[in-house]
Design a protein around this ligand. Structure first.
Ligand code: TD4
Ligand code: CA
Ligand code: ZN
Length: 307
């Protein structure tokens, strides 16, 4: 059933687990996510970036999600706008039927971020839509900045407390050292778990981990065994996800892992069957591979068996 993101995350926050928020651009990814949820009895958050909306259309992403939510009525699902850049973008997603939106004004001043977030909260809450905001910056790929100074980029705990109180946001994404994409860490993976726990203590709301893909060894190997290049790639290890969830993370954003798993299979079929041109012969194994990855992730996150 299509429900508010706040409802799904309230339960996760109360019971101490995390729900995977999986990015989609097309029917194949969406189908893989729903079938995984069905097989694992897990709630899910389906999320679409502004880029995904540009690619497929908010109307189509909504229609497909709605259809699958009716095919699997026992699975709680929220359709979420990922990294909405403006208040208008959030309103458009709400009008299209999204049940959760992120207003990402984390690059603005604290005051500006707060003002935009409040504006979205006021509108979203009148129609039972959950709202996510971000504090701090994802280091690295998201905005191509290289900053060593932790305090300059990571979430500030006192600000988080004030922000959640005043903006009335439902869930918060605190920057604790992750970044988007396949190259998250230069050296050893490192996250600021202490800061995370402090933010959880002062805010007491569901928290969101962006840039959470793990780049599991099997997925990397599958991609590289087809001639793909992921040299130097590094994700968030499963043990880190477990620790982050203990520290208060309840929504785990995952896009890169799905892309790699999907494309490794497409590449494999391209290489192995030069005369194949039926798209389904590429996409069926790709969906199976994405499903295996998502199901494993649902176990790691603790969302499996919650419905
Ligand atoms: O918010 N996200 C997903 C980012 C999606 C970007 O989509 P576009 O290419 O359309 O802009 C995450 O936090 C996931 O991070 P990941 O670790 O999977 O890269
Ligand atoms: Ca941001
Ligand atoms: Zn993100």
């Amino acid at each position: 059933m299509l429900v508010s993101g706040a409802e799904i995350l309230k339960n996760a926050h109360r019971d101490g687990y995390a729900v995977g928020a999986f990015n989609i651009n097309n029917m194949e990814m969406l189908k893989a996510i729903f079938e995984s949820a069905n097989e694992m009895n897990s709630p899910i958050i389906v999320e679409a970036s502004e880029g995904a909306i540009k690619y497929a259309g908010a109307d189509m992403l909504y229609a497909m999600t709605k259809t699958l939510s009716e095919r699997y009525p026992h699975i709680p699902v929220a359709l979420h706008l990922d990294h909405g850049t403006t208040v208008e973008s959030c309103i458009r997603a709400i009008r299209a039927g999204f049940t959760s939106v992120m207003i990402d004004a984390s690059h603005d001043s604290f005051e500006e971020n707060m003002a935009k977030t409040k504006a979205v909260v006021d509108i979203a809450h009148t129609v039972n839509v959950g709202v996510e905001a971000e504090l701090g910056r994802l280091m690295g790929i998201e905005d191509n900045i290289v900053v060593d100074e932790r305090d300059a980029v990571l979430v500030n705990v006192a600000e988080a407390e004030e922000f959640v109180k005043k903006a009335g946001v439902d869930y918060l994404a605190p920057a604790i050292g992750t970044s988007h994409g396949a190259f998250k860490f230069k050296g050893e993976p490192k996250l600021d778990f202490q800061r995370l726990q402090d933010v959880k203590r002062v805010t007491d709301v569901p928290l969101v981990l962006h840039g959470a893909s793990s780049i599991p060894e099997e997925a990397r190997q599958a991609f590289e065994s087809t001639g793909g290049d992921l040299k130097g790639s590094k994700g968030v290890p499963f043990e880190f996800l477990t620790e982050a969830i203990k520290g208060g993370i309840n929504k785990v954003n995952t896009d890169t892992d799905l892309r790699i798993a999907f494309m490794a299979e497409v590449r494999r079929v391209v290489n192995e069957k030069p005369s194949e041109f039926d798209p389904r012969k590429f996409f069926n194994p790709a969906m199976d591979s994405v499903k295996a990855l998502i199901k494993k992730r649902m176990e790691v996150l603790g969302s499996a068996g919650r419905v």
